[in-house]
Design a protein around this ligand. Structure first.
Ligand SMILES: *Cc1c(COP(=O)(O)O)cnc(C)c1O
Length: 407
């Protein structure tokens, strides 16, 4: 691997901010008390957790009592959806989308096994730009619908859904609404005083806090069933001794995110736009995935026709450039991601999709570096592709493989 790292995979995970590390350190060493203890040595830790709860609530326009600490975004998603089904045993319909993170998608596909009875799951389609049809959404809501679970922003394309309108439509019908806001929190302004969601999921490691800590927001008055039943922690809503240092780190990360929101929407957006425009201009037969404007400021997903995403990533890796591809290598076959398939991205394009996700730590020099290195990588890979040759050079394609991979 190269010495230098150009990290543009922030939707996968982020660097823990140095200010966050600093805030956490005492809670690994001298301040090791248990916040549930009666003595003041533990009590001072409890006060710091209360401060973290306030900082997180402030970032999303919530009340501190509406914040429940969990172990990750996945736990928050599971807790919300399972709680809604347990608190309304008569209702067995769930509305979601075809582009959710596996934390929601796979859970919805496993409900029958978990509960031992049949559920109906409506997974709403998206259009070519990754957007939902609100009329179709409204029609999907029934008397039997227990919960709607729709992500605020998509992790692969950055596309933002109209959560305010969608939550309001559910609320009018008395249906609980959950949003996986793991990619949205810290990147775009969120004010839950104005958006009637009942549950919202956050993950620490997507916003410069550590891995292994998350939050589930539960609106006051929402019926709630804990996922982990045990001690009285989190006022009986989530048993288990608190991940003290990480919770304090997440509080600090939320305070930083609030301060940096305008940097995210100016500097980071400008870098993303420069990268995207440069790639589309320098590389022929490339296209952007996802609506141009209804998108997170840090994310771009670009498809390059007739090349393999994995091959591109390996070449980028030699320069220390970290990005991710829009396909998952399962059982030896490279399947384009469910998100790009739901958007109807053609196979020859979906296989060659790369996601760059930036952060406040990226620089213009890094963007220029990628714009310098990626075009020749794509050109070289296309030279090796019989399908590219057949399509663009009039040559006869190689035998067998339909997916332009080298096997
Ligand atoms: C990363 C991610 C999750 C999962 O969060 P973990 O803390 O890693 O469990 C859920 N939803 C979305 C949209 C994500 O990007």
């Amino acid at each position: 691997m190269s010495e230098r790292v150009v990290y543009m995979d922030n939707n996968a995970t982020t660097r823990v901010a140095p200010e966050v590390v600093e805030e956490m350190l005492p809670y690994f060493s001298e301040l090791y008390g248990n916040p549930s203890s009666m003595h003041s040595f533990g009590g001072q830790v409890g006060r710091k957790i209360a401060e973290a709860r306030e900082r997180i609530a402030a970032l999303i326009g919530a009340q501190p009592e509406e914040i429940i600490f969990t172990s990750c975004g996945t736990e928050s998603d599971s807790t919300a959806i399972l709680s809604a089904l347990q608190s309304q045993p008569g209702k067995r319909h769930v509305v979601t989308t075809r582009v959710e993170h596996p934390a929601v998608k796979n859970l919805c596909e496993h409900l029958d096994k978990l509960f031992g009875h049949k559920h109906r799951v409506t997974a709403l389609p998206v259009d070519r730009e990754g957007l939902l049809d609100l009329e179709q959404y409204e029609k999907s809501l029934t008397e039997d619908t227990a919960i709607v679970s729709v992500m605020w922003a998509n992790n692969e394309t950055g596309v933002i859904f109209p959560i305010e309108e969608m939550a309001a439509l559910a609320r009018e019908r008395g249906i609980l609404f959950h949003t996986d806001a793991v990619q949205a929190v810290g990147k775009i302004p969120i004010n839950l005083a104005e958006v009637p969601v009942d549950f919202l999921s956050i993950s620490g490691h997507k916003l410069h806090a550590p891995k292994g800590v998350g939050v589930l927001y539960v609106r006051k008055g929402t019926p709630f069933f804990p996922f982990l039943v045990g001690g009285h922690q989190e006022r009986g809503r989530r048993g288990g001794t608190e991940n003290v240092a990480s919770i304090i780190g997440l509080g600090k990360a939320c305070e930083l995110a609030a301060q940096r929101m305008n940097v995210e929407n100016t500097k980071v957006r400008a870098l993303r736009d420069k990268l995207e425009a440069g790639l589309l201009e320098k590389i022929p037969h490339a296209l952007r995935n996802g609506h141009k404007d209804k998108r997170l400021p840090n994310t771009t997903s670009v498809s390059f026709e007739f090349v393999e995403g994995e091959a591109i990533l390996l070449h980028l890796d030699r320069y220390g450039i970290c990005a991710s591809s829009g396909s998952a290598c399962t059982s030896g076959s490279l399947e384009p991601s469910h998100v790009l398939r739901a958007m109807g991205v053609p196979f020859t394009m979906a296989h060659g999709s790369i996601r760059f996700s930036l952060s406040v730590y990226n620089t213009e020099e890094e963007v220029d570096f990628v714009l310098d290195k990626l075009p020749p990588i794509i050109a070289n890979l296309r030279e090796l592709s019989p399908f590219w040759q057949a399509e663009h050079r009039g040559a006869v394609g190689g035998a067998g493989c339909k997916c332009s991979c080298s096997s």
